[in-house]
Design a protein around this ligand. Structure first.
Ligand SMILES: Cc1cc2nc3c(=O)[nH]c(=O)nc-3n(C[C@H](O)[C@H](O)[C@H](O)COP(=O)(O)O)c2cc1C
Length: 286
């Protein structure tokens, strides 16, 4: 497809060094979704800057570069390396990574660890370039983590990353994935994503949210926007429909036209403001 028709292309999370990822098998199909344990396989930042980013630039894609690290220092180094590089529209900080300096505790599960990463990236990034923190739904108080990230300088929040899951092969009587646990994605997690977006938008209505998690159709996009997302991205649906971005954008246009809406921006968080069901509506219910 013509990638210039897309709002942006979010890259696979890039790390400092090349990484082969976790043991195979790395994918399992689940009801209405899938479980993956890719483990951030990737070529490392130098290869990315030499090959992948120029490839996106040649196609005039707006690139949102996702970065991931095992320590605050690694995130800071990645941000430094990206500073001044042409063809980057935003940086997304994937904080769903284990902190090697804190017993492998995932950054995204702790407010001060999340804030420290965002702060380090924000400080190393040119002031005009947006920095988004990508949040994990696997926490008790997502609003607390979101506030920590925004307080540390995040210009926006991406949500949600995958939920931690596990599938057991009952014939072989052992976990399906080589890495045992994996991240659950696809339509199964969409209500969780909509809830997270709703809660964070309610607490911080002025903070832009990039919503994701199980989006499959234009109406799914509309649902996330109504909850409070100002942009929506897709992942898992691309596995069975690589043309999904174009299809979903067309479906969204139709859904807006059918509702007489001319500006999608007017609907951001609209479900929070929509009038409650009144007596007249109730009478029509069976
Ligand atoms: C195969 C696969 C690889 C992923 N890799 C990354 C990654 O490198 N960085 C990241 O922040 N999220 C990663 N994710 C999570 C997605 O970006 C997204 O947050 C999540 O899958 C929910 O959206 P979806 O249901 O549309 O896929 C990955 C998801 C899948 C399925």
């Amino acid at each position: 497809m013509d990638v210039t028709t897309l709002g942006a292309v979010v890259t696979k999370s890039i790390m400092l060094k090349p990484r082969s990822g976790r043991a195979t098998p790395r994918m399992a199909e689940t009801p209405s979704g899938m479980l993956n344990s890719i483990g951030l396989q990737g070529p490392g930042i130098e290869h990315f800057l030499e090959h992948d980013l120029p490839w996106l630039r040649r196609r005039r894609a707006r690139a949102m570069v996702s970065i991931a690290g095992g320590s605050i220092e690694e995130y800071a180094q990645l941000a430094h390396r990206l500073r001044g590089v042409d063809g980057i529209s935003a940086i997304e900080v994937n904080i769903s990574c284990p902190n090697v300096e804190d017993r492998g505790q995932v950054f995204a599960c702790n407010r001060s660890a999340s804030a420290a990463v965002v702060h380090a990236v924000r400080r190393a990034t040119a002031p005009g370039l947006p920095v988004l923190a990508k949040l994990s739904p696997d926490v008790t108080d997502l609003v607390d983590i979101a506030e920590g990230c925004v307080g540390a300088g995040a210009d926006g929040l991406s949500m949600i990353n995958t939920l931690l899951g596990l599938v057991i092969d009952t014939e072989r009587m052992r976990p399906v994935l080589g890495g045992v646990t994996g991240g659950l994605s696809g339509p199964a997690i969409r209500p969780v994503a909509v809830r997270c977006i709703w809660q964070v938008h309610q607490a911080m209505p002025d903070v832009p949210i990039l919503g994701m998690g199980g989006v499959r159709t234009g109406v799914d996009v509309l649902e996330m926007v109504l909850a409070g997302a100002s942009a929506v991205s897709i992942g898992t649906v691309l596995f069975n429909d690589p043309g999904a971005p174009t299809r979903i954008a067309g479906e969204l246009r139709q859904a807006l036209a059918a509702r007489g809406i001319t500006r999608l921006a007017d609907l951001v968080g609209y479900a929070h403001r929509a009038p409650a069901i009144g007596p007249a509506d109730r009478e029509e219910l069976p």
